[in-house]
Ligand binder design. Structure first.
Ligand code: PPE
Length: 305
């Protein structure tokens, strides 16, 4: 999806012009995939632009770095303020935000311990990730031939840039085969997640979503959806899901910051009723929550000021 430039990018403590936010070709992380990043969205609310669960995204960035033994030179609070500065400088009322921390220029070789850590935060306008109709018409999934990497290879709990080689291989394979998105199985053959979204499946009236132990990222949207689902009176839990659970699902949806709540209408050509009633109710409540329209979720909405 194309990027539309905005005014400024925050780099190592200052706002620089969009075009000046450049790095050297020998930047360490470009060679070895050892960067950590986040995907965050800001939405227009009645009190101006607000970033959805910003602090939790920055906490996850810190945890991703911790798993790699990477020392981030900025605290969660500093990164929260930097993000607000970038969004404010863009003048946008809603946008996608991409923080990234990476090993910089100056060292080469696999020992990351002597490397400097650089941090940047950019934002730009970004539309619906899986298409404008994703909540109503749903998308078509295909089980990937690529296995999800696991805890002792590329820890899925860390949102590491290099982990996305696995996701991109699966995404392109699915697109080339005429599907919208890939569903990824772990080494045990259980569902982990999609290439950039967590998965929810309804079985026997209950919503299930694979946990971190199945190879899924601990999604912030997954967490928001579970809270919303329970508040709406649905039973919902993290649970292992087998491939065949999906084929006989009563309803199914994906969720993530970029994808928001996107219904699924088939997996491997087995149709799923779409959009299911729980999917619609949760998707609509999520859309109200991100815009600060639901009192009990007001804490999720962090105003840019
Ligand atoms: N799993 C993966 C692999 C993943 O990349 C994401 C986010 C999620 C689950 C959902 O996490 P959360 O956003 O906290 O609910 N994917 C981000 C990047 C997408 C991209 O194309 O880049 C996102 O949604 O921003």
């Amino acid at each position: 999806m194309p990027i539309t430039p905005t005014e400024k990018i925050w780099m190592n403590g200052e706002l620089v012009d969009w075009d000046a936010a450049q790095i050297h070709v020998l930047t360490h992380s470009l060679h070895y995939g050892m960067g950590v990043f986040e995907g965050i969205r800001a939405y227009e609310t009645a009190e101006g632009p607000a970033v959805f669960r910003l602090t939790e995204h920055m906490e996850r960035l810190h945890n991703s770095a911790r798993i790699l033994l990477m020392d981030l030179p900025y605290t969660v609070e500093e990164l929260v303020e930097a993000t607000k500065d970038v969004v404010r400088s863009s003048g946008l009322s809603s946008c996608y935000i991409r923080p990234i921390a990476y090993y910089g220029y100056g060292e080469m070789g696999l020992n990351t311990l002597p490397c400097s850590v650089d941090v940047a935060i950019a934002c730009w306008p970004w539309g619906a990730y899986l298409g404008d109709d994703a909540l109503t018409k749903g998308i078509r999934l295909k089980t990937s031939s690529w296995t999800r990497h696991d805890h002792n290879t590329m820890p899925p709990a860390s949102k590491t840039t290099g982990n996305y080689v696995n996701s991109s291989l699966a995404k392109v394979e699915a697109l080339k085969a005429g599907y919208d998105e890939a569903i990824m199985l772990n080494r045990a053959g259980l569902i982990s997640e999609c290439t950039g979204e967590n998965v929810f499946v309804a079985r026997h009236g209950k919503l299930l979503s694979p946990p971190l132990s199945s190879g899924a990222l601990e999604g912030i949207t997954q967490n928001s959806v579970m809270t919303i689902a329970r508040d709406l009176g649905y039973e919902c839990e993290l649970s292992e899901i087998a491939r065949s659970d999906v084929y006989v699902a009563e309803e199914m949806f994906l969720c993530g910051t970029a994808a928001e709540v996107s219904a699924v209408n088939s997996v491997d050509d087995r149709p799923i009723a779409c959009p299911g009633p729980m999917t619609t109710a949760i998707g609509e409540e999520y859309h109200r929550a991100i815009r600060g329209e639901v009192d009990r979720y007001k804490d999720w909405v962090e105003h840019v000021g």
